[in-house]
Structures are given as C-alpha cells and as structure tokens.
Design a protein. Structure first.
Length: 254
C-alpha cells in the first residue's frame, strides 16, 4: 500500500467521529452505527451508501477491541453471552438473506419510534426510580430480533438488545459488556460476504480514520462501563437513545 500521499490532518475529523461514537457505544452498549452515520452524512457530507460501507468494515475491528476490553474488565455475563450469541447470529443471517427483498427504509422509522419511546422510558426510570436489578427474561427471542434488525435495518443490535435488557432490570454494566462482546460475532456473521467483496482497499482514507478513533476509544468505553453509577448510566442511555432515534425519525419522515 502506498502511503506517499498520506495526509493525517485530513483523517482527523473521521478519527474524531470514530472516537466519539465508540466511546458512547463502549460505555452505553449502543449507538456506534447511529452516531457514525449521523456524523458522516449530516456533518461531513459523506454519501449514505459510502458511510454505511465504511461503518460496517470498521465495526468488525472496533467490536473485537471493545469485546476484549470488556472481558478484561469483567463486564461480561457468560450465561447471558451464550444465550444471546446463537439467536443473534441466526437473526443476523436471516436479516442479511432477506435484505435484498425487504425495503428496510419503510420499517426503520417505526423501529426508531419504538427506540425513542424506550429511550424516554429509560430516562424517566433513571431519574425517578432507584435501580432494581432483576434477571432478564426472553433472551433468545430478543437476540433473534436484535440480530435481524441489525442486518435488515442497517443497525440496531445495541439499541434493541441493550435497551430491552435494561428495561427488564438487568445489571447495566453486565448488559453493556455482554452485548458489546456478542456484537463482534454478529458483525462478522452479517458482514462476511460484504467484506469479501469489498476487500481491504477501502481501509484507506476516511475508513482508516474512523477505525483509528474507534479502536482508541474502545478500552476507555469499557472502563467507563465498569465505573459509571447505575443511575447515571440509565439516564445517559435514555438521553442518547432518545436523541439519536428521534433524529433518525426526523430524517426518515422530515
């Protein structure tokens, strides 16, 4: 690869996007794709299709670093991990298979409306109620739906799975760490064919910048997930999910 024309300053905005998106995703268990897409398309003017391609490539690397970081910080619930893993991968494969015949743009606004409602609920719960931790239920169906929506809708694993587990009252630190770890295998499953056709040449330019920022932020996000208070984490998840989902609805229907 020829680096003779390499310009680091041109990568700085993309490094910042990757760093910010992964910092939020690593700490809160969601929103890397949503934040990255919003920043690339709305702020930096990247065409939506190109932005989606770059983010899918980057996530294969950032989810690996994030998952390892959460493992080192003991943020992963092994039982929850394996209960999400297989259904998530099956849902992802099914969603990828149907992607060519489904109009995800029609379904996505309704999913975003649902996520906005979940975000508001979590925000209110974090503000008004002390956290009451319970064992989450319906894990396999949740993983199946989350994996399907992530593949067919161009994102949604973290928002769907993390938000639902938190609504059920599961331990936020374990939820964030486990969902991030499973996402690595989901991303590989959904993106394997796409990456094979795309190759690694697209790692130059903006994609490389997002990758650098995301990998740098992944260990910090895992540390934050371990040390943030439960109530503060619920409030932040609610705010991030509500704002990003509401903006997605506005872009889809505005």
């Amino acid at each position: 690869m020829d680096f003779s024309g390499f310009d680091l300053t041109a990568l700085l905005p993309f490094i910042a996007v990757g760093f910010a998106a992964q910092l939020v995703d690593g700490a809160l268990g969601m929103a890397f794709g949503i934040i990255s897409n919003t920043a690339l398309v709305a702020v930096l003017g990247v065409p939506p299709a190109v932005a989606s391609q770059r983010i899918h490539v980057v996530e294969c690397f950032t989810t690996a670093v994030s998952g390892i970081s959460h493992l080192l910080h003991r943020n992963i619930d092994k039982r929850l991990f394996f209960r999400l893993l297989i259904p998530g991968m099956i849902g992802g494969m099914f969603g990828a298979y149907l992607l060519s015949s489904l109009d995800a743009s029609v379904v996505k606004p309704f999913v975003l409306l649902y996520l906005t409602a979940i975000g508001i609920y979590l925000l209110v719960r974090g503000l008004l109620y002390p956290p009451v931790l319970r064992e989450a239920k319906h894990i396999a169906p949740l993983g199946l739906v989350g994996g399907f929506l992530d593949a067919a809708g161009g994102g949604g694993w973290g928002p769907v799975v993390t938000s639902n587990l938190l609504v059920q009252g599961a331990d936020p630190r374990k939820v964030v760490g486990t969902v991030n770890a499973v996402e690595f295998f989901l991303t590989l499953t959904v993106s394997a064919t796409f990456i094979y056709h795309l190759g690694f040449a697209d790692l130059a330019g903006a994609t490389l910048g997002i990758l650098i920022g995301g990998v740098l932020a992944a260990p910090i996000g895992a540390w934050a997930a371990k040390h943030f208070p439960v109530k503060a984490m619920l409030i932040m998840v609610g705010v991030v999910l509500t704002l990003t989902s509401a903006y997605g609805v506005y872009r889809a229907w505005g």
